[in-house]
Design a protein around this ligand. Sequence first.
Ligand code: NAP
Length: 284
Amino acid sequence: MIIKGKDLSVSIKEALKVRVDVLSKQYGRTPNLVVILVGDDPGSVSYVTGKAKAATEVGIRNTTLRREATISEADLLDTIAELNNDDDVDGILVQLPLPKHIDENKIIAAISPEKDVDAFHPINVAKLWLKQPCMLPCTPKGIIKLLHFAGVDIAGKEAVVIGRSNIVGQPVAKLLLDANATVTVAHSRTKHLSSITRRADILVVAVGRERFVTADMIKPGAVVIDVGVNRDTRNGKLCGDVDFEEAQYIAAAITPVPGGVGPMTITCLMENTVEAYINRMSKQ
Ligand code: NAP
């Protein structure tokens, strides 16, 4: 089974559009997302364009504020402070990575936690780890939705996550743990990686290296979630971290790249924006 994240994201967005229509009438204003793009890195430009397109599709007002790569940290912090104080803004997202002279942690911490639709703010991260109600980071949230969509009962399963980044590996491991999987997190210092991955009923791969996971590393019948986004050195096309051609015959279910995790990340960002909007409007 190919787990088509693109199809799932289309149906979630359709339902979200109806919800946004109803809520906008109820509250007298539509949700509003502001994305800040610093510099003109082609990857970042393409991600931001995808986010704006999805927001428009579901009826979320959206603006992309473009800033020069030379913007000072202080000026960027001022922009964020203005957006935090703007009652008409529900969600703020700063596209990462930022130029080296800007401290990403400082920028993320400056976003009001209630408008932090990426869920990267330390308060939102802490709430996730303390199992308190909070906005969930988009890629891990999307992965859990994909597993549900594929009919996977996570409880009691052996899950292995390769990668321990703050935005993917660690939070997805936590969500799998909360869903009662037995979770192992592997990383660049892990020894005997293949013997660990071959135990996995659910294998989540977030490394960032093309064809990193080969068929012999996968337990027959496993569910494989490929988070990686790489350029295939053979043909220049987008590809994941898993050798899809071989792995699809070993795995029971697998996400493709493109069309797997990526669309779900963007769709979960739309859900988070609507969630932030509802939370704010219901307080007024
Ligand atoms: P990252 O911050 O670079 O983390 C990569 C992780 O892989 C690190 O934890 C690293 O271990 C681990 N790793 C590197 N080499 C390894 C090896 N030989 N064996 C085992 N583990 C190894 O990357 P990220 O931000 O998590 O992103 C991972 C990939 O997902 C990238 O391709 C990125 O573009 C993609 N991505 C996709 C989406 C989407 O929506 N589709 C969203 C986010 C990211 P150490 O911690 O020991 O260094």
